[in-house]
Design a protein around this ligand. Structure first.
Ligand code: IMP
Ligand code: MG
Length: 173
């Protein structure tokens, strides 16, 4: 894969995350804790940069799900591979995801986590591909809305590769 097919640069990502972090901080009462739950593996880099742009009222946890078997097609099946260590009851929770594509993964996760009685639950996605949506899901914070491209980098993979790229690139161009 060529590495010049950059869709969103490191600088653009950094600037957008800084404004998302500021927006999130403004949306919650000043003294209240915000618990960020990243969805592995894709959400790890977004989480790492988002929390570093926020104040020390942030706590975090991680869960791992598998939504696609291999490659670029959706199976519609979501499996929890690693659950949270923390209890969500009475907390302000933000689910941190890499991308919302068909929406199936997020739809499943939101139902699962809402059942754990958080005080509030919102979702932050770095990327959204609205043209691919199969189910209607609420996403409160979106980094970038993109066209129907299969993208890699900044946590996102193709068959487990390219997660380490510090930018978002279109696969195979
Ligand atoms: P959804 O369930 O179809 O919304 O897909 C959610 C998951 O599919 C994401 O968390 C990603 O792991 C993966 N995914 C969807 N689109 C892309 C893409 O363009 N590149 C890499 N992974 C993707
Ligand atoms: Mg993936």
């Amino acid at each position: 894969m060529a590495t010049t097919n950059i869709l969103i640069s490191e600088t653009e990502i950094r600037q957008r995350i800084a404004s998302l972090a500021a927006e999130i901080e403004r949306d919650y009462p000043a003294s209240e804790e915000i618990h960020l739950v990243a969805v592995l593996k894709g959400g790890f880099m977004f989480m790492a940069d988002l929390v570093r742009a926020m104040s020390d009222r942030v706590t975090m946890d991680f869960m791992a799900v598998s939504s696609y078997a291999k490659g670029t097609t959706s199976s519609g099946q979501v499996r929890v591979l690693k659950d949270l260590d923390s209890n969500l009851e009475g907390r302000h929770v933000i689910v941190v995801e890499d991308i919302v594509d068909t929406g199936l993964t997020l739809h499943y996760l939101q139902d699962l986590l809402k059942a754990r009685a958080p005080k509030s639950m919102k979702t932050a996605c770095l990327l959204s591909k609205p043209s691919r949506r199969k189910v209607d899901v609420q996403v409160d914070y979106i980094g970038f809305t993109i066209e129907d491209h299969f993208v890699v980098g900044y946590g996102l993979d193709y068959a487990e590769k390219y997660r380490n790229l510090p930018y978002i690139a279109i696969l195979g161009q």
